[in-house]
Design a protein around this ligand. Structure first.
Ligand code: AMP
Ligand code: ZN
Length: 466
């Protein structure tokens, strides 16, 4: 079976051949830990989790190393720490912010069915390697010291701009490049910078006496080298990282190592959007994973529905995040789970599902295959395929809670049965009402009847039996 992946570097789909099939190496840029992850941030996590699962299937679970870093040194972290814990020394406040955010990120991503990566290195654990890489770049003439900063000299990298396919003019316009008087070329970017008093700081490279801290791009070059070596198989992230972040990672790593590539394949997920615009903190059009899981528009969504809604769109396409599509995704899963949960999963994942995934993670095609299995009542295979994709296959896990005063508001079939039962009671057909109650009970749903204290009307709420 062959695996093809779209490579941003060559702008085409290519057959994937690992450098070492006994250790397939994947690096994905991880979160900057200062705030809750929004559902847009979850897109790369889910996309690359699907890839991780596929690679483990193809090469064996012990033959894939997946590294996703945690950026725990950043101006945004410092600002958040000072705001949230004004009475604590800054370094202590920063530790509180990063520990809390990292734990929240992990628990959110688990709820979305994502496996833990093999390694989740923190930037602050790799400062020594960053310093060493910066010194190597200075020694090779690819970086220089200026006013307490170390800058990467873009003119030392002949291929600069190859990944994003942009001219230097376009790059400058697109990236709102900071023009500092000490830069030799406006495109040169920061590898190391001075820390302000009280901010986290480490001994500096390049013979700079005052302590400082690394720039963002060097973190990923140092951490990927530490855990995956100088050249590895796949580097991933959201499309917004192509320039400048990934372009700069390539420049740093290739110049430091004297290699012509950093990773063989570069993969980028498209944006998750709201009404045509990228979901982002700065635009304020975001919803956090935590909110979706615990309460948004009066509902708490199961992580599996969020995951399913995400993979209905191919990872390179823009994805519009709407309540309607979330609801549809939830209903489909609820329906399938009702059928598959009493079946043991088939031994093998259906080949059509693995084949569709192997074609550049064609998850919409995978879902079409799942629909076919469902229509054909091949429930054991459907359950196996769902498990392969990170779904539990158990309805009990995908309850969508209504937070609107505890009133029943569930998927159409439960609502429909409750309404039918109330009709039966009104018609004094108690046998039919009890039959419906039993039918729901058999599905693990417990009904509760109570008079609404305001209207005096009988109302039925329900919950999933635990
Ligand atoms: P950030 O915290 O902005 O560095 O983003 C962390 C990861 O989420 C990166 O891989 C981003 O490319 C990705 N990301 C951020 N916003 C979106 C979005 N709206 N849609 C898809 N991916 C995103
Ligand atoms: Zn990175």
């Amino acid at each position: 079976m062959s695996l093809t992946i779209y490579n941003t570097l060559t702008r085409r789909k290519e057959a994937f051949t690992p450098l070492d099939p006994t250790n397939v190496r994947l690096y994905v840029c991880g979160p900057t830990v200062y705030d809750y992850a929004h559902i847009g941030n979850a897109r790369p996590v889910i996309v690359f989790d699907v890839l991780f699962r596929l690679l483990r299937h193809v090469y064996g679970p012990d033959h894939v190393t997946y590294v996703r870093n945690i950026t725990d040194v950043d101006d945004k972290i410092n600002a958040r720490a000072a705001k949230d814990y004004p009475d604590l020394p800054l370094n202590e406040a920063i530790r509180k912010v990063t520990e809390k955010t990292e734990a929240q990120f992990k628990s959110d991503m688990h709820a979305l069915g994502a496996l833990d990566p093999t390694v989740e290195p923190r930037a602050t654990e790799h400062i020594g390697e960053m310093r060493a890489m910066i010194d190597r770049l200075i020694a090779k003439g690819s970086a220089y010291v200026a006013e307490g900063h170390v800058l990467f000299s873009v003119s030392s990298m002949p291929d600069y701009g190859k990944l994003s396919g942009r001219s230097v003019d376009e790059m400058m316009a697109g990236a709102r490049v900071e023009v500092a008087p000490f830069k030799k070329d406006p495109m040169d970017f920061v590898l190391w910078k001075p820390s302000k008093p009280g901010e986290p700081s480490w001994p500096s490279p390049g013979g700079i006496e005052s302590p400082g801290r690394p720039g963002w791009h060097i973190e990923c070059s140092a951490m990927s080298e530490a855990h995956l070596g100088e050249v590895f198989d796949i580097h991933g992230g959201g499309i917004d990282l192509v320039f400048p972040h990934h372009e700069n990672e390539i420049a740093q790593s290739c110049c430091a190592h004297g290699t012509d590539k950093m990773a063989q394949v570069w993969m980028h997920n498209g944006f998750l959007q709201v009404e045509g615009e990228k979901m982002s903190k700065s635009l304020g059009n975001f919803v956090t994973v935590h909110e979706l899981l615990t309460g948004w528009h009066g509902y708490a969504w199961p992580g599996e529905a969020l995951r399913f809604n995400m993979i209905r769109t191919h990872y390179r396409q823009p994805l519009d995040w709407t309540l309607v599509s979330l609801d549809e995704a939830h209903k489909t899963l609820w329906d399938w789970y009702g059928d598959v949960e009493s079946h043991e999963p088939a031994h093998e994942t259906p080949a059509a599902v693995v084949d569709a995934l192997s074609d550049d993670l064609n998850t919409p095609k995978v879902i079409a295959e799942l629909h076919k299995l469902h229509s054909a009542k091949r429930f054991a295979e459907l359950r196996a395929a769902l498990g392969f994709l990170g779904f539990s296959g158990k309805r009990i896990n995908i309850e969508r809670k209504s937070l609107g005063g505890g009133k029943a508001a569930e998927s159409a079939d439960v609502d429909g049965l409750i309404a039918a039962r109330l009709e039966a009671r009104k018609a004094k057909d108690f046998a039919e009402a009890d039959r419906i109650r039993d039918e729901l009970q058999a599905k693990g749903i417990v009904l509760k009847d109570a008079k609404n204290p305001e209207t005096g009307e009988l109302e039925t709420t329900w919950e999933v039996a635990r």
